[in-house]
Design a protein around this ligand. Structure first.
Ligand SMILES: [Zn+2]
Ligand SMILES: [Zn+2]
Length: 219
């Protein structure tokens, strides 16, 4: 049925609305403008970062792996799937990331953990959950939703200067009794300043995780 509908209404390129949509929601022209990063990018920020523009040193995660730079057509694609407008593209992205994870040679995780969302999911669609599912199948590891967040500061702990600088106002913590070990794959949609990823990774390390690898769609 969906093939029939596609024939009548071919899905449009998410960026330029052309009818030549090819893969990952984009037409060949827009796809060519995407700056793919993957394994060729910086391990600290997941980008082809110019000197001096990287993530702060001393973060809790071991490495960031991102599909592409968060700009141009790719920004459109990621926003499109974040807001649940196109689930077919969302699934394609999740599979692409899982394939990259498989190709990365990173140590397989004992758990796949989603970064907790800041707000409600758009129309009950959760791109991070979809990504976790694909990564968990690839890794043969369970999804463990052990990270939680709430607005405000942790009790009796002042947010350090770096946290304030990066605008991390949420308090990230693990569910009571959480015990992890070995490698953990942490999953988020977009990596921006790294403050959230760092807070999540640190919370996971405290519960016994050995190393935390972060997977995102864009950085
Ligand atoms: Zn296009
Ligand atoms: Zn970097």
């Amino acid at each position: 049925m969906s093939a029939f509908i596609d024939l009548l209404f071919p899905p449009l390129c998410v960026c330029c609305r052309s009818q030549r949509r090819q893969q990952l929601g984009l037409c060949p022209d827009c796809l060519a403008r995407v700056e793919l990063t993957g394994l060729s990018a910086c391990i600290r920020c997941g980008r082809h970062c110019p000197p001096g523009k990287c993530a702060p040193l001393g973060h809790g995660y071991s490495r960031v792996l991102s599909l592409a730079a968060y700009q141009g057509p790719w920004r459109q694609v990621v926003q499109n799937v974040k807001f649940g407008r196109d689930r077919a593209v969302a699934r394609e992205l999740a599979r692409e990331l899982a394939a990259l994870a498989k190709a990365s040679g990173f140590p397989l995780p004992r758990a796949v953990v989603p970064v907790p969302g800041a707000g409600k999911n758009w129309r009950n669609f959760d791109i991070i959950a979809m990504m976790c599912k694909e990564l968990a199948v690839t890794a043969g590891a369970p999804i463990q939703k052990v990270l939680l967040r709430r607005p405000g500061r942790p009790p009796q702990v002042e947010l350090n200067y770096k946290g304030r600088l990066e605008g991390l106002e949420d308090y990230i913590y693990t569910a009571e009794g959480t015990m992890l070990e070995g490698t953990v794959w942490l999953v988020d949609d977009v990596y921006t300043t790294g403050a959230t990823a760092d807070a999540c990774a640190r919370a996971l390390l405290v519960t016994g995780a050995g190393r935390v690898y972060l997977f995102v769609l864009a950085a």
